[in-house]
Design a binder for this molecule. Sequence first.
Ligand SMILES: [Ca+2]
Length: 84
Amino acid sequence: MRYRTTWDNDRPGTEQSGRLKGDFDFNDLNRETPMSLGEFVRLMGTLDEDMTPEECQIGFDEIDTDRDGLIDFQEFIAWWTDRT
Ligand SMILES: [Ca+2]
């Protein structure tokens, strides 16, 4: 399965840097291993280079709804579809 979409970031002032031109590849996330905080920070760095580690941590906690310290694909998609 391949998802192609744009990243419509709702934080003020980040519309341009947050938009991914439809090139964001969800296949990177659709895998067996859930995403750790470190991987999430790296991903966010590619999406919005102005995002601070603290903001990444807040975002990570927001997505990690079962609080196991990992973002799995289902959690990510649930968060994504909730925002868009
Ligand atoms: Ca989780």
